[in-house]
Design a protein. Structure first.
Ligand SMILES: [Ca+2]
Ligand SMILES: [Ca+2]
Ligand SMILES: [Ca+2]
Ligand SMILES: [Ca+2]
Length: 510
């Protein structure tokens, strides 16, 4: 009897061992296949690298108050002159002392190395000039007065121009900057004022040499300028003087939107994208039109659902005639046709992959990813962006002036949560001081430890193109492998028990 039972136990043990063998084979086979899928791909002929900011962020900077819009604008430069890059973050709806929508800029002097940073501890806070002026809606850093030290340009699209309300303005503070708590009204060295009410001058701003004279120039976006309202970008060649000045008096060149309500100039960036030594101007037009009312009061939807960016190749020259958006060297369109993707609400020219050639990053803070409505997305196209390398031979969109970002993107970072609006602002710079450029992304609707919807800024340290995306927790990772092992084990044990039961029930043969 004992011999017989032990014989059956041996068979049962064999079954279990076979089961484990099958499970192990399946598990290792699975993991090998996963690895081959995860190999980074960098060329435009293949799919882009895709990241979720959640598991990838190395530094999280939290805004202060609910609906502050912290992270709606970013600028990087050595603002205190110590040789390290510093980060300025706009929060256009910050309300210190309950003054509505004063707006503020928080400056964090580099190198930044802590994993969690709060704007409550920002060493320098610059408070907006007046109630409801939404200072910090846009930011740019660069040497505007020619002393070799970076200055800060702060857009406030609802600042007044004398007696004219809500023209918008760009307030300029000359560097270097010290720690402290200052106000724009006390400290501004120059102010460029919009000419007309409600044109939203200062929704976009950028600093860089656009006419090849070696002196940084100032580009200012007014998203509600133009008749019909299309948005405009005014370019003032540097150096920029001191004191208050009217925008039309210093403007050398205007780029005008071509689609009603497209908000041309909402985001601006300057840098050499084709590697010829002259800078390009990248203009975002994230608007989808707006509803108007006809004579009978009936609503009329003029939404165009075209959100796009235009690349204007430098050098640019003085011009009496306005340059039309549709005359851009290249135009890149939103990933979808949906409204509110806000594609082009942030643009940044910088070297994200460290190959010495600038790349182009574009934010769409309203883009839906999976179930995550309004989570936002940032796409990076590797440079050089010239007609040889950008619109590659062999792709069906080659030799065309326009492309969809889905065809052009080499790397995509998506938001972690719904309505966080990742891509509200972008900067590319070495912020932790290790000599390698980092990717800095605003999420102006994100929750933080300071409260709901304070807005945050996330930093991915190092070359993002060298990363392997962290597998999604719910995907085909180790969980699937354990599930396979568990199923095989259960089946094996079950079969073994049935086998033993069968033997016990079998009639004894004499
Ligand atoms: Ca510094
Ligand atoms: Ca210049
Ligand atoms: Ca160029
Ligand atoms: Ca590059």
């Amino acid at each position: 009897m004992w011999d017989k039972y032990s014989k059956h136990s041996f068979r049962y043990l064999s079954l279990i061992l076979i089961g484990i063998g099958i499970a192990t084979t399946l598990a290792f086979g699975r993991s090998d296949r996963d690895k081959s899928f995860e190999t980074p791909v960098h060329s435009q002929e293949t799919k882009p690298l895709k990241f979720n900011i959640g598991p990838e962020r190395d530094i999280l900077i939290s805004g202060i108050g609910t609906s502050d819009d912290f992270g709606d604008a970013l600028a990087v430069a050595d603002l205190n002159g110590d040789g390290q890059m510093d980060l300025a973050v706009g929060a256009k709806e910050h309300e210190p002392g309950s003054v509505s929508n004063l707006g503020a800029v928080f400056v964090f002097f580099g190198p930044l190395t802590d994993a969690a940073i709060s704007a409550t501890n920002a060493p320098l806070t610059i408070i907006g000039p007046g109630r409801s002026e939404i200072a910090g809606a846009s930011l740019a850093a660069g040497d505007l007065n020619g002393d070799g030290i970076p200055d800060l340009a702060i857009g406030a699209p609802k600042s007044p121009n004398g007696n004219i309300a809500m023209t918008g303005a760009v307030h300029i503070l000359y560097g270097p900057f010290q720690p402290g708590n200052i106000t724009i009204s006390d400290e501004a060295d120059a102010t460029v004022l919009g000419p007309l009410m409600s044109e939203a001058t200062g929704t976009g701003v950028a600093i860089g040499d656009l006419n090849d004279d070696g002196i940084p120039d100032l580009a200012i976006g007014s998203t509600l300028a133009g008749r019909p309202v299309v948005g405009e970008v005014a370019i003032a060649f540097g150096p920029i003087g001191s004191g208050p000045m009217n925008l039309p008096d210093v403007t050398d060149l205007v780029i005008t939107g071509t689609v009603r309500g497209e908000d041309a100039g909402d985001a601006l960036s300057i840098g050499d994208l084709d590697g010829d030594g002259s800078n390009e101007l990248v203009v975002g037009a994230p608007g989808t039109g707006f509803s108007t009312f006809d004579a009978t009061g009936r609503g009329k939807d003029e939404g165009t659902a075209i959100t796009r960016i235009g690349i204007f190749y430098g050098p640019l020259e003085n011009s009496e005639e306005k340059i039309k958006f549709d005359d851009a060297g290249y135009i890149i369109k939103a990933p979808g046709e949906d409204e509110n993707e806000y594609f082009g609400g942030a643009v940044y020219v910088g070297d994200a992959d460290g190959d010495g050639v600038n790349d182009l990053a574009v934010g769409g803070m309203g883009i839906v990813v999976g179930e995550r409505i309004g989570t936002g997305q940032v796409s990076i196209i590797r440079g050089p962006l010239d007609d040889v390398n950008f619109f590659r031979e062999g792709d069906h969109w080659s030799n065309q002036q326009t492309a969809k970002i889905k065809k052009a993107a080499n790397l995509i970072v998506s938001g972690e949560s719904a309505i966080e609006r990742l891509g509200s602002a972008i900067a590319i710079a070495d912020i932790n001081g290790d000599g390698i450029t980092d990717l800095i992304l605003g999420s102006n609707g994100a929750n933080s430890s300071n409260g709901e919807e304070t807005g945050t800024v996330s930093v991915m340290l190092g070359n993002v193109f060298d990363r392997e995306p962290t597998p999604e927790a719910s995907g085909t990772g180790p969980i699937t492998i354990f599930a396979i092992i568990a199923i095989v084990a259960v089946v094996t044990v079950g079969a073994g028990l049935l086998y033993i039961q069968k033997i016990r029930k079998a009639p004894t043969v004499a």
